[in-house]
Design a protein around this ligand. Structure first.
Ligand code: AMO
Length: 440
């Protein structure tokens, strides 16, 4: 087959979704891939897919040239084609319109059989799908998820820009742990050992001296052993940090952001949400605030005993999610359960100014007021068995007029799970990484 056709001959005039009944009689050139083929004997229907959607290509055998029939008979799912043809209004066709081909250029063929059904009608196991992710992403549900993810990111950036935050990018190859020593991926960095960043925590805190209000949307890496439906080893973290702010101030930013994101997705992604048969209600604010003490009391009443100072295990979160099936904050955590940079409360240092933001039983975000006093920060590092010497460059910035500050991080994938109703985090990442998956 000759694929050596000039670009001139196959340039598209329209995207599929621009083909509407009012173009009846017009000649158009479309490019894309064959998604489905239906042969009724005397007539053949192809669904041509491009980035926006599909359009029906109708081939009545007694009306089109023999050469076209021969080409159409060779076509298989996922073949890449350019089709020039005439638009026809047709009530029975999807969106009330079809195209009858006058010429077809086959730009590339796809090897058959494909490893999975790109229409999604024959369900496949998630690992089979992830192994052939490029084909899997053609399914309507996957397209809907990633459009919602795109709109979510757009809404997040819009919100931060409007609210005076500046976008930053901090290094992902780093010399010291930010979230403590566990879960670090080492990297051979010439003659030295470096690590992949677990979060932009230290840099974002430092940068409030220069920019006051910063945000970052970037990859974070954790050598996470837990193989669950909500853990990845590489995920996108949406981080903020704000000078002269407290935990309560940044909790309010989180509430407003989530309200804005839910509203925007509901408005802009109706088609996608219909495909997923899901809709998250736009929340009213403020969200409920539960103290750690209230949480452990409530859990005790529901048969789960947690001693003060113990972390809350997943089973307990599941119970909590049933009691509070929406957004809520957990505040007033024991200081011992929070990272070294979270500020202990003045006059009651066993309680911290850290918080978690929950959606049902899943943690969406965590953050807090930070320690901005250098001596206290050194004390907190030591309490957590971290070596202040390893944090030399971070600590020196606390001599440069570090203001009081606060911030948080939202896990983007968990946010997208919430917005799409998807229960396995791998579905909302293009190429997920977990303990057992490093390819494709
Ligand atoms: P934390 O470690 O709680 O906080 O992470 C912030 C948010 O990131 C998401 N998340 C994950 N998502 C997928 N896979 C994982 N393995 C994973 N781990 C965390 C969660 C979580 O709430 N530096 C602090 C934030 C701060 O204080 O500003 C931090 O990283 O949604």
């Amino acid at each position: 087959m000759n694929y050596n056709v000039s670009a001139h001959s196959w340039k598209r005039t329209h995207y599929t979704m621009e083909i509407t009944p009012d173009l009846d009689g017009k000649e158009v050139t479309l490019t894309g891939w064959i998604k489905e083929i239906r042969d009724l004997g005397g007539i053949k229907f192809l669904l041509l897919r491009d980035k926006d959607g599909i359009v029906q290509i109708t081939v009545p055998r007694d009306e089109v040239d023999r050469q076209i029939i021969e080409q159409v008979d060779k076509l298989q799912r996922q073949d890449c084609v350019s089709i020039r043809g005439t638009v026809r209004r047709m009530d029975k066709a999807p969106r009330g319109v079809e195209v009858t081909p006058k010429s077809i250029i086959i730009l590339n063929t796809a090897k058959q059989p494909l490893p999975l059904d790109i229409t999604g009608k024959t369900p496949a196991d998630i690992d089979v799908r992830l192994d052939a992710r490029i084909l899997d992403l053609i399914r309507d549900e996957a397209q809907a998820i990633f459009r919602i993810r795109h709109v979510t990111l757009e809404a997040i950036r819009e919100f931060f820009s409007k609210n005076g935050f500046i976008e930053i990018h901090t290094p992902k190859i780093i010399a010291t742990a930010t979230e403590g020593g566990a879960n670090l991926f080492p990297v051979a960095y010439f003659e030295r050992e470096a690590f992949l960043a677990q979060s932009p925590q230290l840099y974002k805190e430092q940068l409030v001296i220069d920019f006051e209000k910063v945000y970052e949307i970037g990859p974070t890496f954790r050598a996470e052993k837990s193989h669950t439906r909500r853990h990845l080893t590489e995920f996108i973290s949406v981080d903020i940090e704000e000078a002269f702010a407290t935990a309560e101030d940044v909790m309010s930013v989180a509430e407003q952001l989530l309200q804005h994101v839910c509203r925007t997705v509901n408005e802009k992604c109706r088609r996608e949400l219909d495909i997923l048969k899901y809709r998250v209600e736009t929340p009213s604010i403020p969200f409920k605030r539960l103290t750690y003490d209230e949480v452990i009391n409530e859990l005790r009443e529901n048969g789960i005993k947690i001693s003060w100072g113990e972390d809350i295990p997943t089973v307990a979160y599941r119970t909590l999610g049933k009691l509070h099936p929406y957004f809520y904050f957990i505040i007033d955590w024991p200081t011992s359960l929070k990272p070294f940079y979270i500020k202990p409360r003045d006059g009651k240092p066993e309680i911290s100014e850290g918080f978690d933001l929950m959606w049902h039983w899943i943690e969406i975000a965590s953050g807090g007021t930070r320690v901005h006093n250098k001596d206290l920060l050194i004390k907190r590092l030591k309490e957590q068995n971290l070596n202040p010497e390893s944090f030399k460059y971070h600590l020196q910035v606390f001599d440069y007029g570090m203001p009081p500050h606060a911030g948080w991080a939202i896990g983007l994938e968990r946010l997208v799970m919430m917005l799409t109703g998807i229960r396995n985090i791998r579905e909302v990442v293009l190429f997920p990484r977990d303990r057992f998956r490093l390819t494709p």
